[in-house]
Design a protein around this ligand. Structure first.
Ligand SMILES: C[S@@+](CC[C@H](N)C(=O)[O-])C[C@H]1O[C@@H](n2cnc3c(N)ncnc32)[C@H](O)[C@@H]1O
Length: 197
């Protein structure tokens, strides 16, 4: 599941991400990967599920994708990752190949707001990790691809509480969802779909 090849890519990406933050590069030039413990949490969420279909919105250089793809491969699932920055897309493809996960992870290049409606699939888990101002619209777009029992995990709800407070409140006040904030790393909002919208 977590072999040496994959672990060494994760380790390199963690080192690169830390160096980018240390150098104070602007966000658009950084990978902005999730914390390692969030990666482990995502892995733990998907690993026990059979045929787990994951939609990742904001793939960047592939760090979180690797955790998700490593999780789903044991029981036959896959990860569909969405990314609109061409430099990140190139890095994503190289990193996924280096980790040996091409069979379990696929990327669609382009603005997720435009690409999601064209995806002919339903998903069990959505990982939302794009620009905070777009979370609401991205959630609504992704919800069209979800059935009762599906889970949406949104990152940064505590680190960007001001920008994402409305997102969290909307999810927690929606009677068609069961939603809880998990205070892990930058804060994850976990929302389970109870009824179709
Ligand atoms: C915080 S980073 C994702 C980090 C990644 N999940 C990880 O942990 O390795 C956000 C990424 O979302 C991408 N992004 C932002 N808005 C997007 C959109 N509308 N469609 C597709 N990708 C988008 C950015 O280019 C950036 O690479």
């Amino acid at each position: 599941m977590l072999d040496d090849r994959l672990r060494s890519v994760l380790q390199r990406l963690e080192t690169e991400d830390a160096a980018e933050r240390e150098r104070g590069l602007p966000p658009a030039e950084r990978s902005r990967a999730v914390a390692r413990t969030t990666g482990q949490f995502l892995f733990g969420l998907v690993a026990p599920q059979w045929d787990c279909e994951v939609l990742e919105i904001g793939g960047s250089s592939g760090y979180s994708t690797i955790w998700l793809a490593a999780g789903v491969r044991h029981f036959g699932g896959r990860v569909l990752s969405l990314e609109n920055d061409p430099a990140k897309v190139d890095a994503w493809r190289a990193n996924i190949a280096e980790a040996g996960l091409e069979e379990w992870a696929e990327l669609i290049e382009g603005d997720a707001l435009e690409t999601i409606p064209g995806i002919d699939d339903v998903f069990d888990v959505v990982f939302l990790d794009a620009e905070k101002d777009d979370y609401e619209q991205l959630f609504q777009a992704a919800r069209e691809k979800l059935e009762p029992g599906a889970l949406v995990v949104a990152d940064n709800v505590l680190s960007h509480e001001e920008a994402l407070g409305e997102y969290t409140a909307a999810r927690q006040n929606d009677p068609d969802l069961e939603s809880v904030t998990i205070p892990l790393d930058r804060g994850l909002e976990l929302s389970v779909i109870l009824r179709s919208a």
